[in-house]
Each structure stands twice: as C-alpha cells, then as structure tokens.
Ligand binder design. Structure first.
Ligand code: UD1
Ligand code: MG
Length: 435
C-alpha cells in the first residue's frame, strides 16, 4: 500500500502572517516542528515523500533530517514561481496517485488521510464548512459540483460569504498534475501561482472532482500564532487522552502540558500544572503539582510539588520535594526534600540531601562533577564545591562549605565560624533611649 501513493508536502512559504523570523513550518507544536507532525503521518502511508522547500530551506532540511531519512527535498523557484502551484513545479512523484499536503496542517493523521486513499478519482479535494471561514480559500459549488476555489484575497463579497472552504489537502493523478501545473498563471491578487486553480481548469475540461468532507480538528491550517496555540491545545488533548487511556492518572488535565516524545509506564500520577517535555520517560512515579520535567527519566519516585528536573536527570527510588532543581544528575535511592540545586552530580542510595544544599558545579568557565556515595547525610545549607567526591557513610554538618575535593568514607566534614553570644546586645542596640 505504501508503494501506491506519493506524498508532496508544501513547506516553502514564508508564512508572513506568523509575524516571525522563523519559517512557519518550523514553529513548534507540542515540542516538535509543525512539519515534523505532517511528515510523521505521511510516513505511515507512503514511502515516497517529497517536501518542497525554499524560505529558510537549510534550517528546514537540517531540522527534518534530525527525525527522518528518505525524504526528497525539492527546492521551489519561489522568486519566479511563488505560490502553492509554483511549489509543485519541480516535484517528481514516483507513483500515479499523488497526495498534496500543505505544510501548515500539523493536526493531520494517517487515519484522517484514509479517505483520499480509498477513492480512485483523478482529483479529490478536501472541504469543510466553517462558521468563520476567514483566511481559507472558498469552494464555489453549483448543483452539487465543485466549480472552483477562490482565495480570500480574490473573492467577491458574495464569495466571501461562502462557508465551504478548501482544507488544503488534495489527491491528484500524476497525469492531472503533469497537464495543469505548467498551465497555471499568476493573474490574481497575490500574483502567485495557485495550486487551487487546477480545480477550475480541470472542471472546464469536464474532469470529475470528488469533494471529500473533512473535519477541522484534523485539517486545520496554521497561519497565525493564534492558530498555532489552538492547534497545540488540540494536540495536547490527543496526547493526554492517549496516556490516560494507557493508565496514567492526571488531575485537571487541562492544566498539564505533555510533549510528543514523553512516555509513561506502569501507573503514574501527574498532578495539575505539570509540564513534561522532550524524551522524558516516567515509570510508576508521582509527579506533584506545578513541577517541570525536561528530557529526564524518573522511575519509582515522587517529584514536587514545584520541582524542576532539567535535561538528563535520572531518578530512581528517589524523593524530590518542593523547590528542588536537578540538572544532568543521577539520583538512586535518594531523598532531597527541599530547596536544593543538584547539578552534574551522582548520588547513591540511602543519601539524604538537606534543605538548601547546593552543588557549586560551575566556576564561571567550566562545569565540574560531584560524586556522593551511599548513606551520606548532608546537613542543611551546605555548599558542595565541585569537583568533589564524598565517599560512603559521610556526615556533612549543616552550613558547611566543602572545598576539600574529597571526603573520606566515614568522616564528618564541618566548616564553621565559632558562634559569638553577646549578652543583652539587643537591648543595648534598640533601647538606648528607653534607659
Ligand atoms: C491555502 C489554499 C487555500 C486553503 C488553505 C488551507 C492556495 C492558493 N490556497 O491557503 O485555498 O483554504 O491553504 O489551509 O493554495 N507554500 C509553498 N510555497 C509557496 C507558498 C506556500 O510551499 O510559494 C506552502 C506553505 O509553506 C504552506 C502551504 O504551502 O505550508 C500553504 O500556504 P499558505 O500560504 O499557508 O496558504 P493559505 O493562504 O493558507
Ligand atoms: Mg495556510
């Protein structure tokens, strides 16, 4: 089946309505560029995928190569042939059936594309009905037949009131593309070559055009940052529904943000307000309210409320409490209950990290590691100046700044200035006048 259909994804446009220096198709939805989601869905139904690029083509190609191989990148001559029709000029699909997708439709799924595969017409176009059709091409239908697509900027007042819009995905037979793409003209408001004009040309030649009614939830086009936010919310709901169906408990899921690459295993509880990103994996753990977890692994642990695991943290059988920040560190069987920064560290079983403990991992030029052994008791408000190794069974007294590089097994480390107690100082300082 994958060898029957070619897919062309149009990703060369500037996306000026995004008002952004970044190419539109690279804007992120749930942690991955918009275009990533479309290619991912396309890969499930085709082995021949072409992506048309022009604006910021190096960045688009580089980012997509991080995720996919076997993509044909085709460069559009956007200066001489701007527009979605211009974008089709240099593509050479291998198969007779060609699905053309706009690159700004990240909510598409392979399932939603099935309707285009089940139908053998020469031209299938996707339509949905919108109360507010703003921004979309209007589909002019007469006696149940599609006549043409009029872009908003070219539409008459009557046409602007049409609520049937072009969703922006088409299936063409290769012969239709070969015939009509070279005939496209740019005599329109935007002076662009519109792919949508193929419809009226084919219609004039009495070719049948099959309209396919689709839903906005999968076919929404992203043209502005408002569209981007709406689409991200829809995708968030899909991601969270998937994981709740797989057994994850979420409190107030509408307040939780979970990116595409995140995975869960065994029963996990995610409280309200959490943000979990990157390739984080959570196994049988409880993530308490308003915690942020970035690209980390958490197993049989509890984290938060209000904790922050930065990338490459690994927690196993560990308790991390409120206002604890962990970065690129491994904690196994550890308790870090309150107000700490643990960076570039390895901490072993049975170790307790007191409130306010800080690993001083950075000297302004380089980062250094802190290795902490088993059953170490670190008193509150300690500074561990890296590079540092604390061996097993060590006690660090509260308020100690450990600068020794190594603390031997079984020792106590204590650094303190002697406390001075000055009798009646308070009264002498504040209450002179009263005497
Ligand atoms: C397009 C359709 C419109 C439809 C809407 C659905 C045309 C002329 N109009 O409008 O009928 O309702 O999609 O979302 O096709 N692109 C290129 N090269 C270019 C210009 C655009 O590759 O020179 C790519 C863009 O990167 C984008 C896609 O084509 O991914 C669509 O372009 P966009 O400018 O968003 O078209 P719309 O105005 O949304
Ligand atoms: Mg668009």
């Amino acid at each position: 089946m994958k060898d029957k259909t070619s897919i062309v994804i149009l990703a060369a446009g500037k996306g000026s309505r995004m008002k952004s220096p970044k190419a539109k198709v690279l804007h992120s939805i749930c942690g991955k560029p918009m275009l990533y989601h479309i290619i991912k869905a396309s890969k499930e139904i085709s082995n021949d995928i072409s992506v048309v690029v022009a604006h910021q083509k190096e960045a688009v190609i580089e980012q997509m190569r991080l995720y996919f191989d076997n993509i044909n990148f085709v460069v559009q001559d956007a200066e001489n042939f701007p527009g979605t029709g211009g974008a089709m000029k240099n593509v050479a699909p291998k198969n007779e059936k060609v699905l053309v997708l706009n690159g700004d439709m990240p909510l598409i799924t392979s399932r939603a594309l099935q309707g285009f595969l089940d139908n053998d017409s020469d031209i299938i176009m996707s339509i949905f009905d919108l109360q507010n059709p703003d921004g979309y091409g209007r589909v002019v239908i007469e006696n149940g037949q599609v006549l043409r697509i009029v872009e908003q900027k070219d539409a008459s007042l009557d046409e602007l009131n049409v609520t049937s819009v072009n969703a922006g995905i088409y299936a063409f037979s290769k012969s239709v593309l070969d015939k009509y793409i070279p005939l496209l003209r740019n005599d329109n408001a935007q002076e662009e070559y519109y792919l949508t004009d193929v419809i009226s040309m084919a219609r004039a030649d009495k070719l049948a055009i099959s309209p396919l009614l689709v839903d906005e939830e999968h076919f929404k086009g992203i043209n502005s940052k408002l569209d981007l936010a709406v689409a991200e919310e829809i995708m968030q709901n899909r991601i969270k529904a998937l994981w709740m169906n797989a057994g994850v408990i979420m409190q107030l899921p509408s307040t939780i943000y979970i990116e595409e690459g995140v995975t869960f295993e065994s029963e996990c509880i995610i409280e309200n307000g959490c943000r979990i990103t990157g390739n984080t994996h959570i196994h049988a753990s409880h993530i308490k309210a308003s915690s942020v977890i970035e690209n980390s692994i958490v197993k049989n642990s509890d984290v938060g409320p209000l904790a922050h695991l930065r990338p490459e943290s690994y927690l196993e059988d560990t308790h991390v409490g409120n206002f604890v920040e962990i970065k690129k560190s491994t904690l196994k069987g550890v308790k870090a209950g309150h107000l700490s920064y643990i960076g570039d560290a390895e901490v072993d079983e049975g170790t307790n990290i007191g409130a306010g403990t800080i690993t001083c991992n950075y000297d302004g030029i380089k980062k250094y590691k802190t290795i902490i052994g088993k059953n170490v008791f670190i008193g509150s408000d300690s500074q561990l100046v890296a590079p540092l190794t604390i061996e097993d069974d060590v006690m660090i007294a509260a308020g100690t700044t450990v600068t020794s590089g190594r603390v031997e097994k079984g020792s106590l480390a204590i650094s303190r200035t002697k406390i001075k107690l000055i009798k009646d100082f308070y009264y002498r300082f504040f209450c002179k006048e009263l005497k």
